[in-house]
Design a protein around this ligand. Structure first.
Ligand code: GAL
Length: 599
C-alpha cells in the first residue's frame, strides 16, 4: 500500500496557530503544541506517514457539557432489519468471479473475528456473484457451483453463524446474473424460500438483464425494474426469515426506498482515488434526505486495503462513507490485512459516526473549490461529526463555524477522530490545514439550538439538520437554485405567503421540540415557481415515527393543510420526496409552517 504525507493544522484563536502535527515549519512553539493537547496518547507522534491514528484505542470519548436540558434528545434503535447501516464484508471487490470459494468465505469469517472487525461492529459475510451455476436443479432450485462450494451454501452459512456473524448472498432480477449465472426472474418466491432455508440474512439483488447473449446491454425499463425488485422484496418478506434486502440498481430510484433496506446510488466503485469524488458528489449531496433507519443510500462497497489508493485516500474514503451513513461493507482480503488497513476499518470513533442512532446522513454545508465541510448531527446531546475534506492536489486551509454545524453558544469541545485525540475547545470558528486527498474528521460537543416556546414559525427557529437536493433550504422564500437567498416569495396555488421554508426535494429538516409542543401546522405543496409541473410527497416524522404521510401532490393541486399532533415528540423531521416520477428537480414549500408550544 502506498502512503501519503498527511498533516493537519488547527488554527484561529486570537493567540495564533495551533499545530496538531509537529511537521510543519509554521508550528514552532511547544507551548502552542501543549496548549491544545489533552489526552493524546502518541497519536500525533506516529502521524507523519499517512496520519496514523496511533495506539489510542481505549481513549475516552469527548465529555458532554453539563446542560440543564441534557437528555431532551434521546435516541434509540428503531426496529427493523437495518436500524443502522449494515456492516460487513463482500467477496466481489477482491475476489471477483474467479476466486470466490467456500474456503475463502470461511477465511473471511475467521479474519473478521481475529482482526477485531466483528468486535468493531462488522456482521455480514456476503457472497457476491458466481456462487451458482448457469442452470437450475431438476427441482427448479438455484444450483450451487460445486467446484467452488463443494458442500453447498448451508454448510458455509452454518460456519459463519457459529462465528457469531451473519451471511449474505447475491442474485439478480433478470434471467441471469451479471456474470451470466442463473438468476431469480420468475422464481422470486422459490429463491427467497431457498435463501431462508439456507439461513441467509442478507440478499444483494442485482440489475443485470442482458438484451442478448452477445451484448452487454441491459433492459433498464424502469417499470420492469420496479416490478421485479418489488417481487423479490415481497418474496423476502414472505420467506419466514429476516433478510436485509440490498437493491443494486446502480443509481438511485425513489421507488427503491420502500422496497429495500439499502439501495445502490452509483455505478461500481473502483480501487482508485478518481472513483471516490463522483460517488461522494452523487450520494452525498443530492440524496442525503432519503437516508434514515432501515433506509440507507449505498455508495458501494469499500476498497480500503485493496492497494490502489494511498492510506490517506483510504482513510478519506472510509471517513466519508461514515459521514454519509453508508453501509460499511469491506471489499478487501481480510486474511491479508496490514495493521494500517485494520486500523482504518476498525476505528471505533469513526464507525460510531456511521452507526449513530440519530440516523441522519451527513450533509455538505460548505464548498470552496476542491474543499468542503460536511456535518452530521449525532444522537449525543449537542454532538456533531464534522469532516473537513480536501479533494484537491494541494494542501488547503479549511474553515467552518459553529453556525455551520448548527450549534449555538460560543464554544464546543473538539475531538479528532482519526487521531483519537481531544483538541482545545473551539470558539466560534475553526480552521485546519488539510493535506491533499485527505480529511480531518472531528466530533464536536457543543450547544443545541434553543427549544421553541409559544407559537413560533419554523423559519424563526434554528434547525439541527437540513438536507436539500439543491442549495440551502430557504427561510421565508421559495427554494430558488443552488445559491443561498435566491428564491421568489413562497406561493402555493396562487396564494403568496410571508413565512415558511423553501426546499428542493429530497429534503429533510430536523428540529428539536423537547416534548414542548403539541401542534405542527403548515400549508404544503409544490411551489408556484415551477408552475403546474412538479410532483412531491410530504412526510412529518416524530422521533422516527411517521406522523403524517401525504399522497403525491402536483403543482396543479391545492396546498395541503397540515395539522399534525406532535405531543410528546423530542425531535421533528420534515421530509419532502420527489413523487416517484423520476424527476428529482422539484421545488416545494412548507408555507406558514408553525408550532404551538409551551411558553
Ligand atoms: C455488478 C454490481 C457489483 C457486483 C457485480 C457482480 O452489477 O454492481 O457490485 O455485484 O455486478 O457481477
Amino acid at each position: 500500500m502506498r502512503t501519503a504525507m498527511a498533516f493537519t493544522l488547527r488554527s484561529l484563536t486570537p493567540l495564533g496557530i495551533f499545530c496538531m502535527v509537529p511537521l510543519l515549519s509554521r508550528c514552532e512553539s511547544t507551548a502552542q503544541l501543549d496548549a491544545h493537547s489533552e489526552d493524546d496518547a502518541g497519536g500525533e507522534g506516529g502521524a507523519q506517514e499517512g496520519g496514523s491514528t496511533g495506539g489510542d484505542d481505549g481513549d475516552s470519548e469527548t465529555e458532554t457539557p453539563t446542560s440543564p436540558v441534557e437528555g431532551e434528545f434521546p435516541v434509540a434503535a428503531v426496529a427493523g432489519p437495518a436500524p443502522t447501516p449494515p456492516m460487513g464484508w463482500n467477496s466481489w471487490n477482491k475476489l471477483g468471479c474467479g476466486r470466490i470459494s467456500a474456503s475463502r468465505v470461511r477465511e473471511a469469517a475467521d479474519a473478521m473475528v481475529d482482526s477485531g472487525m466483528r468486535e468493531a461492529g462488522y456482521q455480514f459475510i456476503n457472497i457476491d456473484d458466481c456462487w451458482s451455476t448457469e442452470e437450475r436443479t431438476e427441482e427448479g432450485l438455484l444450483a450451487t457451483d460445486s467446484k467452488k462450494f463443494p458442500d453447498g451454501i448451508r454448510v458455509v452459512a452454518d460456519y459463519v453463524h457459529e462465528k457469531g456473524l451473519k451471511i449474505g448472498i447475491y442474485s439478480d432480477r433478470g434471467n441471469t446474473t451479471c456474470a451470466r449465472r442463473m438468476a431469480s426472474r420468475g422464481n422470486e418466491v422459490l429463491d427467497a424460500k431457498t435463501f431462508a432455508d439456507w439461513g441467509i440474512d442478507y440478499l444483494k439483488y442485482d440489475n443485470c438483464d442482458y438484451v442478448s447473449d452477445d451484448s452487454n446491454g441491459h433492459n433498464l425499463d424502469e417499470d420492469l425494474m420496479r416490478t421485479e425488485f418489488g417481487l423479490m422484496s415481497e418474496a423476502l418478506k414472505e420467506s419466514g426469515r429476516d433478510i436485509v434486502y440490498s437493491v443494486c440498481a446502480w443509481r438511485f430510484y425513489e421507488w427503491a426506498v420502500p422496497l429495500g433496506s439499502l439501495w445502490r446510488t452509483t455505478n461500481d466503485i473502483t480501487d482508485e482515488w478518481s472513483s471516490i469524488g463522483p460517488i461522494i458528489e452523487k450520494n452525498g449531496v443530492e440524496l442525503a434526505a432519503y437516508a434514515g433507519p432501515n433506509q440507507w443510500n449505498d455508495p458501494d462497497m469499500l476498497e480500503v486495503g485493496n492497494g490502489g489508493m494511498t492510506s490517506e485516500e483510504y482513510r478519506t474514503h472510509f471517513g466519508m462513507w461514515a459521514m454519509m451513513s453508508a453501509p460499511l461493507i469491506a471489499g478487501n482480503d481480510l486474511s491479508q490485512m496490514d495493521q494500517e488497513t485494520i486500523d482504518i476499518l476498525t476505528n471505533k470513533e469513526v464507525i460510531a459516526v456511521d452507526q449513530d442512532l440519530l440516523a441522519v446522513q451527513g450533509v455538505r454545508v460548505k464548498k470552496e473549490g476542491t474543499t468542503s465541510v460536511w456535518v452530521k448531527p449525532l444522537g449525543e446531546f449537542g454532538a456533531r461529526a464534522v469532516a473537513l475534506l480536501n479533494q484537491g492536489n494541494d494542501v488547503q486551509d479549511i474553515s467552518f463555524t459553529l453556525r455551520d454545524a448548527n450549534l449555538t453558544g460560543s464554544s464546543a469541545k473538539v475531538r479528532d477522530l482519526w487521531r483519537k485525540s481531544s483538541l482545545d475547545d473551539m470558539k466560534s470558528d475553526f480552521t485546519a490545514r488539510v493535506a491533499p486527498h485527505s480529511m480531518l474528521m472531528l466530533k464536536l460537543v457543543g450547544h443545541e439550538p434553543e427549544l421553541p416556546s409559544g407559537n413560533v414559525q419554523l423559519s424563526a427557529m434554528d434547525w439541527v439538520y437540513a438536507a436539500n437536493a439543491n442549495g440551502p433550504v430557504e427561510k421565508n422564500q421559495a427554494n430558488g437554485s443552488n445559491a443561498a437567498d435566491d428564491g421568489d416569495r413562497i406561493s402555493l396555488d396562487g396564494t403568496e405567503y410571508e413565512t415558511g421554508l423553501g426546499v428542493a426535494p429530497g429534503s429533510l429538516l430536523m428540529y428539536r421540540l423537547g416534548k414542548k409542543c403539541d401542534r405542527f401546522r403548515a400549508d404544503a405543496g409544490v411551489d408556484d415557481q415551477v408552475g403546474d409541473s412538479g410532483s412531491v410527497a410530504f412526510q412529518v416524522i416524530g422521533d422516527d415515527k411517521v406522523l403524517y404521510q401525504s399522497d403525491v401532490v402536483t403543482g396543479a393541486d391545492a396546498p395541503l393543510e397540515l395539522n399534525v399532533d406532535v405531543t410528546g415528540i423530542y425531535r421533528l423531521k420534515l421530509r419532502v420526496t420527489n413523487g416517484m416520477d423520476g424527476n428529482l428537480k422539484d421545488i416545494a414549500s412548507w408555507a406558514n409552517a408553525r408550532l404551538r408550544c409551551e411558553d
